[in-house]
Design a binder for this molecule. Structure first.
Ligand code: UD1
Ligand code: PEP
Length: 429
């Protein structure tokens, strides 16, 4: 099992190319199930989750062909891939494939819309909370689906096709918004989704669906309207930049100090996180097609953060920001409102000398003068990278075990950091 070894103490200077967003790529790939024509996705990141979803789509009969990729060292892979679901050969998404990642459950929407049936295993994904699927079921039932849960599978049927309806989410859900939006593109009549997720990945999916001939409006606001159409066509779509990868490297620079341009990304995707970062005393400016992040010595100021659906502070940056706060000059409070168990990094950061106490959903972080390297264990995707960030300034050697979590969502992490001067190395046994 691979590990990552970091020797702390180096500043970061240079350019980091930002890859296409994992959390946009996954629903976009799933959208290929909606049409018998080819959906071409540009800027697709090379990640374990993308590969796993390719296996799942392959099982449904999707032909997948890589049309091109950039191979220059230090660049994002930026693959262009064709997805062609000419016919759906299987409407079952089996446990062995789906249990590895949350987003694979989302195939339920397009399969139901196109084929009138789907049998999908209940999902896996990061161990950050219970992660139920009640909102997906309620929303799809509102569109006329009949759904039962038996032996770990959701059995969904819509023998007469899906029918447009008005559904108000009782709670904001990114995944359920993606699924309902996709399903409604092929439903009869108009669907209105209220209290929809407003994440940039929802907007990206809506743009792609519209390029495929769907009639989706309002994505990016909390009311999305979809006028169903009889058929969708192929399209060519560029995956938007990964705002979580962007924020992660911005926080890494704030932690290690230095001057780095994050390339092929945009500050608009993560304003709330960047304003928290500015408040810590880090310089963050938009430049050309990216963001410049600078911190040249001086204290890291303590800043409180509360996670919230977009445009709030992203839960997927909570662990990384907490790592930064472990070195702040003072006390900060970090509150997690999205997932009930997303503090697995706390005990691992403590191994490096961090002082963090937990009370309910709030972590109180008392900054320390120095962290000290130690072996630590990655528990989930974003928790893992928070340990790498802490390792960048910890004295001596930090070894992060269970790196497969990182590989789900960070492309060429050690290469991107090493090229900016960090001492980071992957150890494969
Ligand atoms: C692949 C992907 O894009 N994953 C992202 C997506 O996950 P995901 O789409 O799974 O997260 P949701 O937005 O659905 O979850 C938000 C909250 O709603 C709850 N909920 C969700 C569905 C449901 O049927 N019932 C229910 O109660 C969840 O348990 C959670 O408390 O958005 C999360 C919140 O920004 C991010 O952390 C994940 O990185
Ligand atoms: C929680 C995440 O992924 P998933 O929803 O696939 O578990 C994440 O991307 O941080």
């Amino acid at each position: 099992m691979d590990r990552i070894r970091i020797i702390g103490g180096n500043r970061l200077n240079g350019v980091i190319p930002i890859s296409g967003a994992k959390n946009a790529a996954l629903p976009l790939m799933i959208a290929s199930l909606l049409t018998d024509q080819t959906l071409t996705l540009e800027n697709l990141p090379h990640l374990a989750d993308v590969e796993q979803l390719q296996r799942i789509l392959g099982n449904h009969g999707v032909d997948i062909a890589v049309a091109g990729r950039r191979e220059r060292p230090g660049e994002a892979y930026a693959r262009t891939v064709h997805f062609s679901a000419r016919s759906i050969v299987d409407t079952t998404a089996p446990y062995e494939l789906v249990s590895k990642m949350r987003a694979s459950f989302w195939v339920i929407g397009p399969l139901l819309a196109r084929m009138g049936e789907a049998k999908v295993s209940l999902p896996g994904g990061c161990a950050i909370g219970t992660r139920p699927v009640d909102l997906f079921i309620e929303g799809l039932e509102k569109l006329g689906a009949e759904i039962t849960i038996e032996a770990g599978y959701a059995h969904a049927r819509a023998p007469k096709g899906l029918i447009g309806a008005h559904y108000t989410f009782p709670k904001v859900s990114v995944g359920a918004t993606h699924v309902l939006m996709m399903a409604a593109t092929l439903a009869k009549g108009e669907t209105i989704i209220s209290n929809a997720a407003r994440e940039p990945e929802v907007v990206d999916l809506a743009k792609c669906l519209n390029a495929m001939g769907a009639k989706v409006s309002g994505a990016g606001t909390s009311t999305i309207t979809i006028e169903g159409v009889a058929k969708l066509s192929g399209a060519h779509h560029r995956v938007l930049p990964d705002r979580i990868e962007t924020g992660t490297y911005a926080i890494a620079v704030a932690m290690a100090g230095g001057d780095v341009v994050l390339e092929d990304t945009s500050a608009e995707l993560l304003e709330s996180a960047l304003s928290a970062l500015r408040a810590t005393g880090t310089e963050v400016t938009s430049v050309g097609n990216g963001i410049r992040v600078r911190r040249n010595g001086g204290d890291i100021l303590p800043v409180d953060a509360v996670t919230d659906p977009f445009p709030g502070f992203p839960t997927d940056l909570q662990a990384q920001f907490m790592a930064l706060m472990t070195r702040a000059n003072g006390v900060s409070h970090i509150t997690e409102t999205i997932f009930e168990n997303r503090f697995m990094h706390v005990q691992e950061l403590a191994r490096l000398g961090a002082r963090i106490s937990l009370s309910g959903q709030t972590a109180t972080v008392t900054g320390v003068n120095a962290l000290k390297g130690a072996p630590v264990m990655a528990t989930d995707l974003r928790a893992s990278v928070s340990l790498v960030i802490a390792g960048l300034v910890a004295e001596g050697e930090t070894v992060v075990n269970r790196v497969y979590h990182l590989d789900r969502g960070f492309e060429r992490l050690e290469e991107k950091l090493t090229r900016c001067g960090a001492n980071v190395e992957r150890i494969s046994d």
